[in-house]
Design a protein. Structure first.
Lengths: 481, 448
């Protein structure tokens, strides 16, 4: 293989593409939209996080402002966790619009995360999200197809392919050269997108634990691979087609199939095969299990009665009022522990079902590079399913600790004779409220994300290898005339 | 002549491919709708079963204390899903269709979302409305983009024009076959949907069908317009696909993005914090103050007076009530924002057929945002009526046995559907007429 020939053909393709005035118009429109989307998403992100931080502080403030109180009142006063977005959600908003933004955390009651953007939007939200990644993943491939569909067929139609071949350039050199040329043209379209990515990374790099630079680097590499693969595929298909018309149609068919139909169908079939419980059923399942295992709110519950009896025996007394600690605080902490375990089991089950639903999509990354880049881009931007699940489990952990903290206070400081949590008699000092640290959301560590997405990363490399091998080893498949 | 054209049409590979694609995805989308409806229906059946059971267990546990019993008792209010929702799932998959509320502070209870995989929401539903809005136009484009240009490129068009017959009539004949084919497939799809989902044949269903057909006509008109620009097949394909991309993929997300960012709803957070704070603060404030506010809201209960000492259910429920009452401003601000979103979306969408059709279908199927807001408002009324039934009983310390619990079955929300067919389709009709008229006028000299 001669390097100069490949470079020469690439250069020639690049120049020829620019003979078309339409390209400038297209590039101009594309860049305008990209600029609009970047600025808009950035503003929206700043606004959203500002609103979240403001409300997080407000909610914490009113928590700390509580006067001396019975701890169980505080356990029900509860706290709110508002979800902070990762700065890279400006680049790829992933499932952000569909995930709950606020969750109320109180004793022995698990609430759902509410007020997702989608739940407050009209039906239009279901058409999808506009962000930089959408332009890079969905629209740009189509542009690449438009730019490259006739790369080989036009040479065939003009009869110039024959001449090039007679002059000594091999088919694989022509294919590689055209792919390279197409890739150069496409850089004009995606480099601005990546510039937006890196500007976000530099300006928002102070966000704690966001490991933003590593993420941005990986995203950049993934997209580069993706576009190289796309350019090669475009040129290969153009080479295999009889005329430009057919090349265009088959590329459009591929776009429709790989970018729209397969992703959607895969998820639908996933949901169809593994349906999950609705909220009503989910709650009913938990309630049933709680009442089986023992309900601490039920005064006649056999489990908690036997627990009481064993404690009375151990302390050699006959009435719980004589215990050295507050019995109802103790009872609640036991009940909390039990119901939290039951809830967490059910919740794990639900998440497992979700994962099964996603499994088809996650495995299809092997045959569909679009799904690979989509998943990679989402998880590296911290806007994927795992990030959300991690948010939910962090809030549940916090809820549990908060409740048990209050139960401990009650056991220690509240008199065993207290009948009600009302009034100023049975209270603990308000300094205890401040002493409980506020909820602090942590992003998933980057190494975990990489391990999860290993299949997608590998599949991009495999695709690259396959296309290159196909071009060089099977060049006799391509007809010159 | 016609029969030859029909034969010719059905021999092309594109037709078979289009038919198979539409049918396979059609069955899948009907399946999606069916599964959706069944899941929602199962939840409704379970809720109806469970309510009496729930009341029974709770009344056994707390029969001596009605105030405590009502702290636990939940009452269900159900938004009955119409079979049409299986065609256009809209927003009804993420919004809860069953409210399970206690008579405590309502605002903390009613905004729960249903459990649904966010990844699924992200890729969107594959329901019949998606098929109609997204895929049918592509099929129409692939069947019609070259009906004139192909003849010109192959040189057969000249033969048509010299054969004496009106060449315009010939073109219309070719087009009409495609229209009939698409209309037939769509009819078949609706027929299958009707039987699979058990949709009654009523006005709503007819509206749904009519706007779908109108939408098909819009795409045919657009194709007709582009065809008569008399460019090459390649250019036609690119122009039509770009229009599809802009109309169906790009503009909807742009419009939604614009609407969401224009009206961000931070008020939802303020409201939810406020309703918590206002209730809990009352534990530490003067009882008289709380009760005075409560009596101001419900003068009919003033007779229960004010008892400053110790805990009473009257005071407890008055506190709970304050959570709702004193977050009213924030709540109204939130609803106002939602209404603004709704109005702006509608105003923009009426000029853009795909958006207009999606919103209309959701509206007909009672799966729109507005419908959900109506349901939430009805929930508030339902909640209020339950409250007013039990408040006096609790305040009078009545026994739980005096209540006829058998009467407390889940209630259903009766939706007011105000879909106006002509108002929602006038712009599309105008656009269609304009496209056809313009195309004909421009080509008048070619077709005489």
């Amino acid at each position: 293989m001669k390097k100069q020939v490949v470079v020469l053909i690439a250069k020639q393709f690049f120049k020829k593409t620019f003979n078309n005035k339409g390209l400038f118009v297209l590039l101009f429109i594309y860049l305008t939209i990209l600029g609009y989307v970047s600025i808009n998403s950035w503003n929206a992100f700043e606004k959203h996080n500002h609103v979240v931080e403001h409300h997080q502080e407000k909610s914490r403030q009113s928590w700390e402002d509580n006067p001396d109180k019975h701890p169980h009142r505080m356990a029900h006063f509860g706290s709110f966790a508002f979800r902070l977005q990762h700065p890279l959600s400006i680049f790829d908003s992933g499932i952000e619009s569909y995930t709950g933004n606020s969750i109320f955390l109180e004793a022995h009651k698990q609430h759902t995360a509410n007020f997702s953007e989608a739940s407050l939007s009209t039906g239009l939200v279901r058409f999808g999200d506009l962000n930089i990644a959408m332009l890079l993943q969905l629209i740009l491939p189509l542009i690449i197809f438009f730019l490259g569909y006739s790369s080989i067929t036009s040479e065939k139609e003009n009869g110039t392919l024959k001449i090039m071949h007679i002059q000594g350039s091999k088919i694989k050199e022509i294919l590689l050269g055209k792919s390279l040329g197409l890739f150069f043209v496409s850089t004009l379209f995606f480099i601005p997108g990546l510039i937006a990515l890196w500007s976000i990374s530099f300006l928002e790099h102070f966000t704690a634990n966001s490991s933003i630079v590593i993420r941005a680097t990986l995203i950049t590499i993934s997209y580069l691979l993706f576009y190289i693969i796309l350019c090669c595929i475009t040129v290969i298909l153009s080479g295999l087609s009889k005329n430009s018309n057919k090349a265009l149609l088959s590329l459009l068919g591929i776009w429709l199939l790989f970018f729209i139909i397969i992703p959607k169908t895969a998820q639908v079939i996933g949901n169809y095969t593994y349906p999950n419980l609705s909220k009503i059923e989910f709650k009913a399942a938990i309630e049933e299990e709680v009442s089986k295992k023992g309900d601490s709110h039920n005064p006649n519950d056999p489990y908690f009665n036997s627990l009481r009896d064993s404690i009375l025996k151990a302390n050699k007394i006959t009435d719980v009022k004589d215990l050295p600690f507050n019995y109802s605080g103790f009872l609640m902490s036991k009940g909390e522990k039990q119901s939290a375990i039951i809830y967490s089991n059910q919740h794990q089950k639900l998440i497992k079902t979700y994962r099964k639903q996603n499994r088809i999509t996650n495995r299809l990354v092997l045959i569909n590079p679009y799904l690979a880049i989509k998943n990679l881009s989402m998880s590296l931007s911290g806007t994927d399913f795992d990030t959300y699940v991690s948010f939910l489990s962090q809030t549940e952990n916090y809820r549990y600790q908060q409740s048990q903290y209050m139960n401990d206070l009650q056991m220690k400081y509240i008199s065993n004779k207290a009948k009600s949590s009302e009034g100023k008699v049975h209270v603990v000092g308000k300094e205890n409220w401040k002493a409980l640290p506020a909820f602090n959301y942590q992003y998933i560590p980057i190494n975990k994300t990489i391990i999860k997405q290993l299949l997608a990363i590998v599949s991009l490399f495999v695709w690259l290898l396959l296309t290159l091998v196909f071009m060089s080893k099977f060049s006799n498949r391509f007809k010159i005339i | 002549m016609y029969s030859i054209l029909i034969k010719h049409f059905f021999r092309t590979k594109t037709v078979t491919l289009a038919f198979v694609l539409l049918m396979v995805l059609g069955l899948l989308s009907i399946g999606t709708g069916k599964q959706f409806l069944t899941q929602k229906q199962t939840a409704i059946t379970k809720t109806i079963e469970q309510q009496q059971k729930h009341i029974e267990t709770q009344t056994n546990l707390h029969k001596d204390d009605l105030g405590l019993l009502l702290y636990y008792l939940k009452f269900s209010f159900i938004n009955n899903i119409t079979p049409l929702a299986g065609i256009s799932i809209g927003q009804s998959d993420l919004n809860l269709h069953i409210q399970n509320v206690t008579i405590l502070n309502l605002e903390g209870q009613k905004y729960d979302t249903d459990l649904i995989n966010p990844m699924r929401l992200h890729v969107g539903n594959l329901d019949v409305s998606f098929l109609i809005i997204f895929l049918f136009p592509l099929v129409i484009i692939s069947l019609t983009f070259n009906i004139l240009s192909e003849e010109e490129e192959k040189g057969t068009w000249k033969m048509v024009t010299i054969q004496g017959q009106s060449s315009f009539k010939f073109l219309v004949m070719k087009l009409s076959i495609r229209i009939l084919f698409i209309f037939g497939v769509l009819a078949l799809l609706f027929l299958l949907t009707k039987f699979a989902l058990g949709i009654p044949f009523n006005f709503d269903f007819i509206y749904m069908i009519s706007i779908s057909y109108l939408y098909m006509l819009f795409w045919f008109a657009l194709c007709f317009f582009v065809i008569l620009l008399r460019k090459s097949s390649n250019i036609n394909a690119i122009v039509l696909l770009t229009s599809w991309l802009i109309l169906v993929v790009f503009l909807p997300v742009l419009v939604n993005n614009y609407v969401t960012h224009k009206y961000p709803i931070g008020e939802a957070f303020s409201m939810t914090i406020k309703q918590r704070d206002e209730y809990h603060k009352k534990w530490d404030t003067d009882k008289k103050e709380t009760l005075d506010k409560f009596y101001k809201h419900y003068p009919q209960f003033t007779k229960y007076g004010i008892k400053e000492e110790g805990f009473s259910w009257l005071w407890y429920y008055a506190m709970q009530q304050m959570g709702d009452d004193e977050s009213k401003l924030e709540r109204e601000a939130m609803y106002e924002k939602i209404e603004k979103r709704e109005a702006l979306s509608k105003a923009i969408s009426q000029f853009l057929p795909p958006l207009q059709i999606q919103l209309s279908m959701n509206e007909i199927a009672n799966t729109s945002l507005k419908h959900h807001i109506d349901f939430l408002n009805a929930t508030t009324k339902f909640h209020e009526s339950i409250r007013l039934q039990f408040y006096p009983k609790i305040f009078d310390n009545e026994s739980a046995d005096n209540v006829n619990w058998k009467n407390y079955n889940p209630e259903f929300f009766i939706a007011q559907n105000e879909f106006r067919f002509f108002k929602n389709t006038s712009y599309i009709t105008l656009i269609i007429l304009f496209l056809i008229g313009f195309a004909i006028l421009k080509n008048k000299k070619h077709f005489t």
